[in-house]
Write a protein that binds this ligand. Structure first.
Ligand code: NAP
Length: 326
């Protein structure tokens, strides 16, 4: 049975990826950092499977020794490095931690791979935030990076180091530059989930408004489950190559808000307030990726469009709110 090792398994993407690999008959080992109060709600159903459940091991991207031990003990065929301090606004408040986890954490993972499992294939979770204030649209592998947050800068370091380990050490390591992808498992603080949770709270009478920053910012939003499929496809190719994964369509935050309120038959303008305090120190006005090269090379294309994504997230949050779930 082939084995996959996933860091960040308790996060949005880790949970979808683990689910997909288990369904395909892989042994999946997830890395979780020690917490005083663990809350693995996204993967609870995978840990409870009667046969071949998801295995959890303790490890931390800040601790190289734990990562080398993991590589040697688990002997993975594929390694997915999805762990990161992944929330852009936090990266201004905690830039050093973001650099340590998101940039140097990837360096530790690559070192652990080189020392402990050099024959394994390795996926690095890179981000469209690296393009930042991009010179042209749509962005592709040839677009220069101009990151606009400590998070974006950290991801640029991790991306370049991944390429460097491929070129220097001949390892099968790839960087997937993924545009925003969302789901009902997205962290509560991300804007899409903030919106769909607020719609559910308003609809069930527990809130009457939602406070947001800029509404004109545009992003290329896809469904997380589609994007984790692309990660696996990248590791299944004959040769290691980086790819941009995107839908090729972009929508504003206002489009997302308006669509989310429309799902429950409400006009968003009656419920949304603006707060200057939520503006970022440096914003990226628009991001849109070119999905054509990945489609040609990997046969990948998204299966969930923007409207379906918003509907799916609103219905999931409504269901949770009506059942009184946190
Ligand atoms: P997420 O939900 O925020 O998950 C992040 C994961 O990293 C969590 O499992 C978290 O563990 C773990 N983690 C944080 N610090 C760690 C440390 N020091 N040691 C070990 N694990 C640590 O992120 P996501 O949305 O699934 O994204 C997955 C990856 O793709 C991230 O690297 C993200 O930056 C990148 N990415 C995401 C998107 C997107 O739109 N979602 C786009 C491009 C790239 P805890 O549960 O303990 O906090």
């Amino acid at each position: 049975m082939p084995t996959a090792l996933i860091t960040g398994v308790t996060g949005q993407d880790g949970s979808f990826l683990a689910e997909q690999l288990l369904a395909r008959g892989w042994r999946v080992v997830g890395v979780a950092r020690r917490s005083a109060s663990p809350n693995p709600w996204r993967i609870a159903h995978l840990l409870d499977r009667p046969t071949d459940p998801l295995e959890l091991r303790e490890g931390d991207l800040l601790d190289l020794g734990s990562l080398i031990d993991l590589m040697r003990e688990v002997r993975p065929d594929h390694v997915y490095n999805l762990a990161a301090q992944s929330f852009v606004p936090t990266s201004w408040r905690q830039p050093l931690l973001t650099g340590d986890v998101t940039a140097l954490g990837a360096a530790r993972m690559l070192e652990a791979l080189r020392l402990g499992a050099p024959d394994a294939r390795f996926y690095q979770a890179s981000s469209s935030e690296m393009f930042g204030l991009a010179e042209h649209e749509p962005q592709d592998l040839h677009t220069p990076f101009h990151p606009r947050s400590p998070y974006g800068v950290a991801k640029v370091y991790a991306h370049h180091l991944t390429v460097n380990y491929r070129e220097s050490h001949g390892l099968f390591v790839v960087s997937g530059i993924l545009f925003n992808h969302e789901s009902e498992r997205r962290g509560n603080e991300f804007v899409t989930r903030k919106v769909t949770r607020a719609v559910a709270a308003i609809e069930t009478g527990r809130a009457d408004h939602l406070t947001l920053g800029r509404l004109d910012v545009k992003r290329d939003w896809g469904f997380a489950g589609d994007y984790t499929r692309a990660m696996t496809l990248m590791l299944e190719q004959d040769a290691p190559r980086d790819h941009v994964i995107a839908t090729g369509r972009c929508h504003s935050v206002q489009d997302f808000v308006s669509r989310a309120f429309a799902v429950v038959g409400r006009d968003w303008r009656a419920h949304v307030r603006h707060d200057e305090a939520l503006l970022r120190p440096a914003e990226i006005p628009s991001l849109r990726g070119d999905p054509a090269p990945a489609h040609r090379a990997l046969g990948w294309s998204p299966t969930v469009d923007f409207d379906q994504l918003v509907e799916r997230m609103v219905h999931a949050d409504l269901d949770r709110a009506r059942r009184g779930l946190p």
